[in-house]
Design a protein around this ligand. Structure first.
Ligand SMILES: [Zn+2]
Length: 51
C-alpha cells in the first residue's frame, strides 16, 4: 500500500526555520503517533550522527 502523504515513510519530512530537515509522524498512517514515535526518534538520531 502506498501512502501518498508520506510515501510509505510514515513520517512527513519538512524543514524548520533554520532549514534543517525535521519530521513528524504521518497523520494518515499513525492516528495516534505511538508506533512511529520510536522510529522517528531513531531516524532523527541517525540524521544527527550523520552530520
Ligand atoms: Zn502516511
Amino acid at each position: 500500500m502506498r501512502c501518498l502523504t508520506c510515501k510509505d515513510e510514515r513520517v512527513i519530512w519538512t524543514k524548520d526555520k533554520r532549514g534543517n530537515s525535521t519530521c513528524y509522524p504521518c497523520p494518515k498512517c499513525n492516528k495516534n503517533g505511538q508506533a512511529v514515535r520510536k522510529e522517528t526518534h531513531i531516524i532523527v538520531r541517525e540524521a544527527e550522527e550523520g552530520k
